[in-house]
Write a protein of this length. Structure first.
Length: 319
C-alpha cells in the first residue's frame, strides 16, 4: 500500500512515535504541510490519504483513481465531501475519543484561570506588587470557588460527559441543554433556561445549521453577568463580534476560547483585539496533549489495519 499524510505537522511536533502507522500502511510518506495545488500530486498513486484539515472533494477524487481510503486524524469530517467519496468508492474513517481527558482538562484550566484570576495575579507578581510593603498576600482580584456553582453543558456526548465528571469532583451542579433544534428529552433543559441558570457554560456540540452562531448577542444577554463561557468545540458556534462586545461591556464575566470560526485566524478576527477584558484565547490546543496526539496516530493506524482486513471501523461513509 502507498499512503501519504498531507498535513502531518498538524499532529506531530517531533515528539510522537509513528511506528504503528508505518507498519499499518507499508509505504508511508509524511508531509508537514501541503498547499492546495499540490494535493493531487502528492496523492497520485496512493491507496490511502491521511489528513487532518486538508480539504478533499470531488475535484480531487476524480483525479485519484487509486485512492481507496481517506483516514482522518480528527473526529470532524466537514473538510471532506463524503457524498463524492461514496460515488468514487472511497471509504472515509475518522478517529474518536482520542483526546477526551485533554479537552476536559483544558476546559477546567480555562475556568480555573478565569475564576481564580490566575493570569491577573501572575501579572501582579511579575509587576512587583507582591514585593511592595504590604500584608503577606494580595487581595486585589476577587476569586470565586467552583463548589456549589452550576455548570451548563451544551452537547452531552463523550466530551460533555467527561467535563461533567470533572465538575462533580469540584462540587459543581450540572445541567444539560436540550439538543439545539431537537425534541424535549428527560433531564435536558431548553438552551434559554440553561443560559439563565448557569455560572459556567461549556460548549461541546457539533457545528450544524442549527448550532452555527448559537451564542450570539441575544444568548449572551441571557447569561448571568458573573458567568463564564468556554468554547473548545467549534469556533462558529460563537459570534466573535458579539462576544468581544459582551466582554467589553461586562455583559458576562469572562470567556475561555480555544477555537475560532476561521483558523488560522485573520487579522480582522474580533477576539484577537488586545483590549478585551477577561478573555483567554488559546490556539486550538485543547485536544493536543502529547498523549492525545499519540493516541490519534495509533487510532489512525488501527483504522487502516481494519480497512485492509475488511473490518468496518469508524467508517463515516457508511453511516
Amino acid at each position: 500500500m502507498r499512503a501519504a499524510f498531507l498535513d502531518y505537522g498538524t499532529v506531530d511536533a517531533g515528539d510522537l512515535d509513528v511506528t504503528a502507522l508505518r507498519l499499518a500502511t507499508g509505504d508511508l510518506t509524511l508531509h508537514r504541510t501541503t498547499d492546495t495545488e499540490h494535493v493531487v500530486e502528492r496523492l497520485r498513486g496512493c491507496d490511502i490519504a491521511l489528513i487532518n484539515k486538508i480539504r478533499l472533494g470531488r475535484a480531487q477524487f476524480e483525479r485519484l483513481p487509486a485512492l481507496r481510503l481517506v483516514a482522518l486524524a480528527a473526529t470532524g469530517s466537514d473538510n471532506v465531501d463524503i457524498e463524492a467519496a461514496r460515488e468514487h468508492g472511497i471509504g472515509i474513517a475518522n478517529i474518536r475519543d482520542y483526546c477526551t481527558p485533554s479537552v476536559a482538562q483544558h476546559v477546567f484550566a480555562l475556568v480555573l484561570t478565569l475564576s481564580r484570576r490566575l493570569d491577573r495575579y501572575r501579572g501582579l507578581v511579575a509587576g512587583g506588587q507582591w514585593q511592595a510593603p504590604q500584608p503577606f498576600c494580595l487581595l486585589d482580584e476577587p476569586m470565586v470557588d467552583l463548589h456549589g456553582l452550576t455548570l451548563g453543558i451544551v452537547g452531552y456526548g463523550t466530551l460533555g460527559r467527561a467535563v461533567a465528571a470533572l465538575a462533580e469532583a469540584f462540587g459543581m451542579n450540572t445541567i444539560i441543554a436540550r439538543r439545539p433544534g431537537g425534541l424535549p428529552a428527560p433531564g435536558r433543559v431548553p438552551l434559554g433556561e440553561l443560559l439563565e441558570c448557569s455560572d459556567v457554560i461549556s460548549l461541546h456540540c457539533p457545528l450544524t445549521d442549527a448550532t452555527r452562531g448559537l451564542i450570539d448577542s441575544a444568548a449572551l444577554a441571557q447569561m448571568r453577568p458573573t458567568a463564564i463561557l468556554v468554547n473548545t468545540a467549534r469556533g462558529a458556534l460563537v459570534d466573535s463580534e458579539a462576544l468581544a462586545r459582551a466582554l467589553r461591556e461586562g455583559v458576562i464575566a469572562g470567556a475561555g476560547i480555544d477555537v475560532l470560526p476561521v483558523e488560522p485566524p485573520r487579522a480582522c478576527e474580533p477576539l484577537l483585539a488586545r483590549d478585551i477584558p477577561n478573555l483567554i484565547l488559546t490556539p486550538h490546543v485543547a485536544w493536543a496533549s502529547v498523549k492525545a496526539r499519540q493516541q490519534a496516530l495509533d487510532e489512525l493506524a488501527a483504522n487502516v489495519v481494519a480497512f485492509e482486513g475488511g473490518v468496518v471501523r469508524n467508517r463515516i461513509d457508511l453511516a
